[in-house]
Design a protein around this ligand. Structure first.
Ligand SMILES: Nc1ncnc2c1ncn2[C@@H]1O[C@H](COP(=O)(O)OP(=O)(O)OP(=O)(O)O)[C@@H](O)[C@H]1O
Ligand SMILES: [Mg+2]
Length: 390
Protein backbone atom coordinates (compact mmCIF):
# COMPACT_ATOMS: atom_id res chain seq x y z
CA UNK A 1 0.00 0.00 0.00
CA UNK A 2 1.28 3.42 -0.81
CA UNK A 3 1.72 5.91 1.95
CA UNK A 4 3.86 8.22 -0.07
CA UNK A 5 3.32 11.87 0.66
CA UNK A 6 1.60 13.56 -2.28
CA UNK A 7 3.88 15.76 -4.32
CA UNK A 8 6.97 14.36 -2.66
CA UNK A 9 8.59 13.34 -5.95
CA UNK A 10 8.59 15.68 -8.93
CA UNK A 11 6.89 14.56 -12.13
CA UNK A 12 9.10 12.17 -14.00
CA UNK A 13 8.91 11.04 -17.56
CA UNK A 14 7.45 7.57 -17.53
CA UNK A 15 10.14 5.93 -19.70
CA UNK A 16 10.84 2.40 -18.55
CA UNK A 17 14.37 1.15 -18.10
CA UNK A 18 15.81 0.77 -21.54
CA UNK A 19 13.02 2.85 -23.11
CA UNK A 20 13.46 6.19 -24.83
CA UNK A 21 12.51 9.14 -22.70
CA UNK A 22 13.05 12.82 -22.17
CA UNK A 23 16.03 13.43 -19.90
CA UNK A 24 14.85 14.52 -16.44
CA UNK A 25 16.33 17.83 -15.33
CA UNK A 26 17.47 16.40 -11.97
CA UNK A 27 20.07 13.67 -11.58
CA UNK A 28 19.05 10.12 -10.59
CA UNK A 29 20.60 10.47 -7.13
CA UNK A 30 18.83 13.79 -6.59
CA UNK A 31 15.50 12.14 -7.45
CA UNK A 32 16.29 9.19 -5.22
CA UNK A 33 17.25 11.43 -2.30
CA UNK A 34 14.08 13.45 -2.70
CA UNK A 35 11.81 10.46 -2.19
CA UNK A 36 13.55 8.62 0.63
CA UNK A 37 12.17 8.77 4.16
CA UNK A 38 12.61 7.08 7.53
CA UNK A 39 10.25 4.17 8.20
CA UNK A 40 7.81 5.01 11.01
CA UNK A 41 9.03 4.38 14.57
CA UNK A 42 8.49 0.76 15.58
CA UNK A 43 8.17 -0.43 11.97
CA UNK A 44 9.42 -4.01 11.61
CA UNK A 45 10.12 -5.11 8.07
CA UNK A 46 9.50 -8.70 7.05
CA UNK A 47 12.52 -10.98 7.26
CA UNK A 48 15.08 -11.36 10.01
CA UNK A 49 18.27 -9.38 10.16
CA UNK A 50 21.21 -11.54 9.21
CA UNK A 51 20.02 -13.37 6.12
CA UNK A 52 21.56 -11.03 3.64
CA UNK A 53 24.42 -12.67 1.80
CA UNK A 54 27.80 -11.01 2.10
CA UNK A 55 26.84 -9.17 5.29
CA UNK A 56 27.91 -9.68 8.86
CA UNK A 57 25.64 -8.22 11.52
CA UNK A 58 27.17 -7.60 14.91
CA UNK A 59 24.58 -6.58 17.43
CA UNK A 60 25.78 -4.40 20.24
CA UNK A 61 22.68 -4.04 22.35
CA UNK A 62 21.01 -0.73 22.92
CA UNK A 63 22.61 2.34 21.44
CA UNK A 64 23.89 4.54 24.22
CA UNK A 65 23.33 7.94 22.73
CA UNK A 66 21.48 10.40 24.86
CA UNK A 67 18.23 11.52 23.30
CA UNK A 68 18.62 14.49 20.97
CA UNK A 69 19.94 17.01 20.32
CA UNK A 70 22.57 14.73 18.85
CA UNK A 71 25.05 17.38 17.82
CA UNK A 72 28.49 16.59 19.25
CA UNK A 73 27.65 12.96 19.95
CA UNK A 74 29.84 11.55 17.15
CA UNK A 75 32.55 10.49 19.65
CA UNK A 76 29.92 8.50 21.56
CA UNK A 77 29.09 6.51 18.43
CA UNK A 78 32.78 6.03 17.77
CA UNK A 79 33.36 4.77 21.31
CA UNK A 80 30.62 2.23 20.73
CA UNK A 81 32.42 1.01 17.62
CA UNK A 82 35.70 0.75 19.55
CA UNK A 83 33.92 -1.57 21.97
CA UNK A 84 32.54 -3.62 19.06
CA UNK A 85 36.04 -4.15 17.67
CA UNK A 86 36.47 -6.87 20.29
CA UNK A 87 33.53 -8.78 18.81
CA UNK A 88 34.94 -8.30 15.34
CA UNK A 89 38.26 -9.75 16.51
CA UNK A 90 36.41 -12.91 17.47
CA UNK A 91 35.01 -13.06 13.93
CA UNK A 92 38.45 -12.74 12.33
CA UNK A 93 38.79 -8.97 11.74
CA UNK A 94 41.50 -6.91 13.48
CA UNK A 95 40.81 -3.31 12.46
CA UNK A 96 43.33 -0.61 13.29
CA UNK A 97 40.66 1.95 14.13
CA UNK A 98 43.13 4.73 14.74
CA UNK A 99 42.51 8.09 13.10
CA UNK A 100 46.19 8.96 13.07
CA UNK A 101 46.94 5.89 10.94
CA UNK A 102 44.01 5.62 8.55
CA UNK A 103 44.61 4.62 4.92
CA UNK A 104 42.55 7.49 3.63
CA UNK A 105 39.71 9.80 4.43
CA UNK A 106 37.04 11.12 2.11
CA UNK A 107 34.15 13.48 2.57
CA UNK A 108 32.05 10.50 3.39
CA UNK A 109 34.02 7.69 4.96
CA UNK A 110 37.33 6.88 6.60
CA UNK A 111 39.30 3.86 5.46
CA UNK A 112 41.30 1.89 8.03
CA UNK A 113 43.76 -0.94 7.64
CA UNK A 114 42.78 -4.36 8.89
CA UNK A 115 44.34 -7.80 9.17
CA UNK A 116 42.45 -11.11 9.29
CA UNK A 117 43.29 -13.30 12.27
CA UNK A 118 42.90 -17.10 12.43
CA UNK A 119 39.18 -16.81 13.30
CA UNK A 120 38.54 -15.73 9.72
CA UNK A 121 38.59 -19.35 8.56
CA UNK A 122 35.25 -19.95 10.35
CA UNK A 123 33.66 -17.08 8.46
CA UNK A 124 35.39 -18.06 5.21
CA UNK A 125 33.90 -21.55 5.54
CA UNK A 126 30.45 -20.17 6.30
CA UNK A 127 30.49 -17.52 3.62
CA UNK A 128 31.87 -19.96 1.06
CA UNK A 129 33.21 -18.54 -2.14
CA UNK A 130 32.88 -14.93 -1.08
CA UNK A 131 35.47 -15.03 1.66
CA UNK A 132 37.50 -18.06 0.71
CA UNK A 133 40.45 -15.98 -0.34
CA UNK A 134 40.61 -14.38 3.09
CA UNK A 135 43.43 -15.95 5.08
CA UNK A 136 44.85 -15.17 8.50
CA UNK A 137 47.57 -12.51 8.23
CA UNK A 138 46.20 -10.96 5.03
CA UNK A 139 45.43 -7.26 5.09
CA UNK A 140 42.16 -5.65 4.08
CA UNK A 141 40.81 -2.11 3.91
CA UNK A 142 37.77 -1.23 6.03
CA UNK A 143 35.73 1.80 4.98
CA UNK A 144 33.83 3.12 7.98
CA UNK A 145 30.76 5.32 8.07
CA UNK A 146 28.63 6.34 11.03
CA UNK A 147 25.38 8.24 11.28
CA UNK A 148 23.70 10.00 14.14
CA UNK A 149 20.08 8.82 14.53
CA UNK A 150 18.64 12.13 13.41
CA UNK A 151 20.61 12.31 10.17
CA UNK A 152 18.49 13.00 7.14
CA UNK A 153 17.63 9.59 5.59
CA UNK A 154 18.97 10.59 2.19
CA UNK A 155 22.48 10.87 3.64
CA UNK A 156 22.37 7.15 4.40
CA UNK A 157 21.82 6.33 0.74
CA UNK A 158 25.39 6.80 -0.45
CA UNK A 159 26.72 3.93 1.62
CA UNK A 160 23.83 1.68 0.62
CA UNK A 161 24.40 2.48 -3.04
CA UNK A 162 28.14 1.85 -2.75
CA UNK A 163 27.68 -1.46 -0.96
CA UNK A 164 25.11 -2.83 -3.39
CA UNK A 165 26.97 -1.73 -6.48
CA UNK A 166 30.30 -3.10 -5.27
CA UNK A 167 28.65 -6.42 -4.49
CA UNK A 168 27.45 -6.82 -8.05
CA UNK A 169 30.72 -5.87 -9.74
CA UNK A 170 33.41 -8.47 -10.19
CA UNK A 171 36.32 -7.38 -12.33
CA UNK A 172 40.13 -7.32 -11.98
CA UNK A 173 40.13 -3.53 -12.29
CA UNK A 174 37.43 -2.82 -9.73
CA UNK A 175 38.14 -3.11 -6.02
CA UNK A 176 36.50 -6.22 -4.62
CA UNK A 177 34.38 -6.11 -1.51
CA UNK A 178 34.83 -8.98 0.93
CA UNK A 179 32.01 -8.41 3.34
CA UNK A 180 29.82 -5.63 4.71
CA UNK A 181 29.93 -5.38 8.51
CA UNK A 182 26.89 -3.83 10.18
CA UNK A 183 27.12 -2.72 13.81
CA UNK A 184 24.25 -2.10 16.18
CA UNK A 185 20.59 -2.02 15.38
CA UNK A 186 18.95 -1.96 11.99
CA UNK A 187 17.41 1.25 10.69
CA UNK A 188 14.93 1.15 7.85
CA UNK A 189 14.63 3.88 5.28
CA UNK A 190 12.06 3.68 2.50
CA UNK A 191 11.66 4.88 -1.01
CA UNK A 192 8.56 4.97 -3.25
CA UNK A 193 8.45 2.60 -6.21
CA UNK A 194 5.36 2.00 -8.32
CA UNK A 195 2.92 3.04 -5.60
CA UNK A 196 4.67 0.95 -2.92
CA UNK A 197 7.26 1.88 -0.36
CA UNK A 198 10.43 -0.22 -0.74
CA UNK A 199 12.46 -0.84 2.41
CA UNK A 200 16.20 -0.26 2.52
CA UNK A 201 17.92 -1.72 5.58
CA UNK A 202 20.75 0.30 6.98
CA UNK A 203 22.69 0.72 10.24
CA UNK A 204 24.16 3.63 12.18
CA UNK A 205 27.70 2.21 12.02
CA UNK A 206 29.09 0.15 9.16
CA UNK A 207 32.34 -1.10 7.70
CA UNK A 208 32.90 -2.28 4.15
CA UNK A 209 35.80 -4.75 4.13
CA UNK A 210 37.59 -4.81 0.81
CA UNK A 211 40.93 -5.72 -0.68
CA UNK A 212 43.67 -3.32 0.36
CA UNK A 213 45.56 -1.17 -2.13
CA UNK A 214 48.94 0.60 -1.94
CA UNK A 215 47.85 4.17 -2.66
CA UNK A 216 45.76 6.18 -5.11
CA UNK A 217 46.81 6.55 -8.75
CA UNK A 218 47.41 10.22 -8.06
CA UNK A 219 49.79 9.52 -5.15
CA UNK A 220 51.53 6.82 -7.17
CA UNK A 221 52.07 9.39 -9.94
CA UNK A 222 53.19 12.09 -7.50
CA UNK A 223 55.81 9.63 -6.23
CA UNK A 224 57.08 9.36 -9.83
CA UNK A 225 56.31 5.67 -9.92
CA UNK A 226 54.36 5.72 -13.20
CA UNK A 227 56.72 5.18 -16.10
CA UNK A 228 55.69 4.76 -19.73
CA UNK A 229 55.18 1.00 -19.43
CA UNK A 230 52.93 1.39 -16.38
CA UNK A 231 51.09 4.31 -17.95
CA UNK A 232 50.04 2.04 -20.81
CA UNK A 233 49.15 -0.81 -18.45
CA UNK A 234 47.10 1.47 -16.19
CA UNK A 235 45.34 3.10 -19.15
CA UNK A 236 44.25 -0.32 -20.39
CA UNK A 237 43.15 -1.35 -16.93
CA UNK A 238 41.09 1.68 -15.98
CA UNK A 239 39.45 1.66 -19.41
CA UNK A 240 38.64 -2.05 -19.06
CA UNK A 241 37.21 -1.50 -15.57
CA UNK A 242 35.00 1.35 -16.72
CA UNK A 243 33.88 -0.54 -19.80
CA UNK A 244 32.84 -3.45 -17.58
CA UNK A 245 30.81 -1.29 -15.22
CA UNK A 246 29.05 0.47 -18.09
CA UNK A 247 28.19 -2.91 -19.60
CA UNK A 248 26.72 -3.87 -16.20
CA UNK A 249 24.56 -0.75 -16.18
CA UNK A 250 26.69 1.12 -13.65
CA UNK A 251 28.05 4.64 -13.97
CA UNK A 252 30.92 5.43 -11.58
CA UNK A 253 29.90 9.05 -11.18
CA UNK A 254 33.13 10.26 -9.55
CA UNK A 255 35.75 8.84 -11.87
CA UNK A 256 38.92 10.78 -11.12
CA UNK A 257 42.44 9.63 -10.31
CA UNK A 258 41.93 9.80 -6.53
CA UNK A 259 39.25 7.16 -6.95
CA UNK A 260 41.62 4.71 -8.62
CA UNK A 261 43.81 2.63 -6.30
CA UNK A 262 47.05 0.94 -7.25
CA UNK A 263 47.42 -2.63 -5.99
CA UNK A 264 50.42 -4.96 -5.96
CA UNK A 265 50.54 -7.33 -8.90
CA UNK A 266 51.96 -10.82 -9.21
CA UNK A 267 55.60 -9.68 -9.15
CA UNK A 268 57.52 -6.81 -7.59
CA UNK A 269 57.33 -4.59 -10.67
CA UNK A 270 53.72 -5.38 -11.48
CA UNK A 271 50.86 -3.21 -10.35
CA UNK A 272 47.15 -3.21 -10.99
CA UNK A 273 44.87 -0.16 -11.10
CA UNK A 274 41.33 -0.56 -9.77
CA UNK A 275 38.36 1.75 -9.42
CA UNK A 276 37.24 2.49 -5.86
CA UNK A 277 34.57 4.69 -4.26
CA UNK A 278 31.14 3.87 -5.67
CA UNK A 279 29.24 6.16 -3.30
CA UNK A 280 28.18 8.46 -6.13
CA UNK A 281 27.56 5.69 -8.61
CA UNK A 282 24.34 4.99 -10.44
CA UNK A 283 23.09 1.51 -11.22
CA UNK A 284 20.16 1.16 -13.56
CA UNK A 285 19.05 -2.06 -11.87
CA UNK A 286 19.33 -0.88 -8.27
CA UNK A 287 17.90 2.55 -8.92
CA UNK A 288 15.06 0.92 -10.87
CA UNK A 289 14.18 -1.23 -7.84
CA UNK A 290 14.07 1.96 -5.82
CA UNK A 291 11.66 3.64 -8.22
CA UNK A 292 14.14 5.71 -10.21
CA UNK A 293 13.87 4.89 -13.89
CA UNK A 294 16.81 5.82 -16.06
CA UNK A 295 15.84 5.99 -19.71
CA UNK A 296 18.26 5.57 -22.59
CA UNK A 297 18.81 9.28 -23.16
CA UNK A 298 19.59 10.00 -19.55
CA UNK A 299 21.80 6.93 -19.36
CA UNK A 300 23.73 8.14 -22.39
CA UNK A 301 24.18 11.57 -20.87
CA UNK A 302 25.64 10.31 -17.59
CA UNK A 303 27.66 7.61 -19.37
CA UNK A 304 29.36 10.27 -21.44
CA UNK A 305 30.15 12.29 -18.31
CA UNK A 306 31.95 9.21 -16.95
CA UNK A 307 33.85 8.82 -20.23
CA UNK A 308 34.96 12.46 -20.09
CA UNK A 309 36.46 11.80 -16.66
CA UNK A 310 38.19 8.71 -18.03
CA UNK A 311 39.66 10.87 -20.80
CA UNK A 312 41.21 13.15 -18.16
CA UNK A 313 42.87 10.16 -16.50
CA UNK A 314 44.12 8.82 -19.83
CA UNK A 315 45.63 12.20 -20.67
CA UNK A 316 47.27 12.33 -17.26
CA UNK A 317 48.82 8.90 -17.83
CA UNK A 318 50.00 9.77 -21.33
CA UNK A 319 51.61 12.88 -19.91
CA UNK A 320 53.25 11.48 -16.80
CA UNK A 321 54.47 8.12 -18.20
CA UNK A 322 57.21 9.49 -20.50
CA UNK A 323 58.42 11.87 -17.75
CA UNK A 324 59.41 8.89 -15.60
CA UNK A 325 60.60 6.47 -18.25
CA UNK A 326 64.00 4.97 -17.57
CA UNK A 327 64.87 4.29 -21.20
CA UNK A 328 63.11 6.94 -23.30
CA UNK A 329 61.02 5.86 -26.29
CA UNK A 330 60.83 2.18 -25.30
CA UNK A 331 57.07 2.33 -24.90
CA UNK A 332 54.90 4.55 -27.02
CA UNK A 333 52.08 6.28 -25.16
CA UNK A 334 50.67 7.54 -28.47
CA UNK A 335 47.93 4.91 -28.33
CA UNK A 336 46.65 6.32 -25.03
CA UNK A 337 46.59 9.83 -26.49
CA UNK A 338 44.74 8.67 -29.60
CA UNK A 339 42.23 6.80 -27.45
CA UNK A 340 41.68 9.85 -25.24
CA UNK A 341 41.13 12.03 -28.33
CA UNK A 342 38.70 9.60 -29.86
CA UNK A 343 36.75 9.14 -26.62
CA UNK A 344 36.52 12.90 -26.26
CA UNK A 345 34.46 13.22 -29.41
CA UNK A 346 32.88 9.78 -29.83
CA UNK A 347 29.36 8.97 -28.71
CA UNK A 348 29.87 5.23 -29.26
CA UNK A 349 29.85 2.87 -26.26
CA UNK A 350 33.29 2.38 -24.71
CA UNK A 351 33.43 -1.21 -25.86
CA UNK A 352 33.17 -0.15 -29.53
CA UNK A 353 35.95 2.41 -29.23
CA UNK A 354 38.27 0.27 -27.10
CA UNK A 355 38.22 -2.67 -29.46
CA UNK A 356 40.30 -0.68 -31.94
CA UNK A 357 43.04 -0.23 -29.37
CA UNK A 358 44.11 -3.78 -28.56
CA UNK A 359 42.92 -3.38 -24.98
CA UNK A 360 41.99 -6.47 -22.98
CA UNK A 361 38.31 -6.19 -22.30
CA UNK A 362 37.50 -9.70 -21.25
CA UNK A 363 37.79 -10.48 -17.54
CA UNK A 364 40.33 -13.20 -16.81
CA UNK A 365 38.80 -16.67 -17.22
CA UNK A 366 37.66 -17.99 -13.87
CA UNK A 367 37.96 -14.56 -12.31
CA UNK A 368 40.84 -12.68 -10.84
CA UNK A 369 42.45 -14.07 -7.69
CA UNK A 370 41.14 -11.11 -5.73
CA UNK A 371 37.64 -11.10 -7.15
CA UNK A 372 34.84 -12.54 -5.06
CA UNK A 373 32.48 -14.92 -6.76
CA UNK A 374 29.22 -13.54 -5.42
CA UNK A 375 26.07 -15.59 -5.63
CA UNK A 376 23.75 -14.81 -8.52
CA UNK A 377 21.31 -13.49 -5.92
CA UNK A 378 23.76 -10.76 -5.16
CA UNK A 379 24.30 -9.78 -8.73
CA UNK A 380 21.31 -8.83 -10.74
CA UNK A 381 18.48 -10.59 -8.95
CA UNK A 382 17.45 -9.96 -5.40
CA UNK A 383 17.34 -12.94 -3.08
CA UNK A 384 13.74 -13.30 -1.94
CA UNK A 385 14.81 -14.78 1.40
CA UNK A 386 16.91 -11.72 1.98
CA UNK A 387 16.11 -9.73 5.08
CA UNK A 388 17.01 -6.72 3.00
CA UNK A 389 13.84 -6.36 1.07
CA UNK A 390 14.92 -3.53 -1.19
N1 LIG B 1 40.61 -0.48 -0.92
C1 LIG B 1 41.38 0.48 -0.42
N2 LIG B 1 42.64 0.21 -0.03
C2 LIG B 1 43.43 1.18 0.50
N3 LIG B 1 43.04 2.47 0.64
C3 LIG B 1 41.80 2.81 0.26
C4 LIG B 1 40.90 1.83 -0.29
N4 LIG B 1 39.74 2.45 -0.58
C5 LIG B 1 39.91 3.73 -0.22
N5 LIG B 1 41.14 3.98 0.27
C6 LIG B 1 41.68 5.27 0.72
O1 LIG B 1 40.66 6.00 1.40
C7 LIG B 1 40.36 7.23 0.70
C8 LIG B 1 38.89 7.52 0.83
O2 LIG B 1 38.16 6.45 0.23
P1 LIG B 1 36.89 6.75 -0.66
O3 LIG B 1 37.28 7.58 -1.83
O4 LIG B 1 36.23 5.45 -0.96
O5 LIG B 1 36.03 7.57 0.40
P2 LIG B 1 34.92 8.69 0.22
O6 LIG B 1 34.61 9.25 1.56
O7 LIG B 1 33.77 8.10 -0.53
O8 LIG B 1 35.69 9.71 -0.64
P3 LIG B 1 35.20 10.99 -1.43
O9 LIG B 1 35.56 12.15 -0.59
O10 LIG B 1 36.04 10.88 -2.68
O11 LIG B 1 33.75 10.82 -1.69
C9 LIG B 1 40.86 7.00 -0.72
O12 LIG B 1 41.19 8.20 -1.37
C10 LIG B 1 42.08 6.13 -0.48
O13 LIG B 1 43.19 6.94 -0.09
MG1 LIG C 1 37.01 9.11 -3.02
Amino acid sequence: MSDRRPGQIPDEPSGAIGGQSRTPSKSPIYRLRLGVENAPLGYEPEGAVGNTSGELNVSSGEEILAQGPYMGQEPVLRAKTIRDLQKLRKKGFEIDFDDTKHLGKGVYGTVYKGVYNDKISELSDKEGRRMDKAKSGQTFAAKYVQFLPNISPDMRLYHEIEKRIMKCLSHPNIVSIKIAINLGTRKVIRTPCGGQMVDINTFDRMFLAMECGICTLRDFGDDKRIDDRLAIEFAKQVAAGMNYMHEKGVIHGDAHKNNIMVFSGQSADQFVAKWIDFGRSVSRVHFGRWGIKIGDKEWEKIRQMDVKKLVETLKYLADIGPQNSRIPNTFDVQEIESLADELNTSTAPLVDVLQNYHFDLIPLPGGHPDVIDWDASDSDEEDSSDSDSD
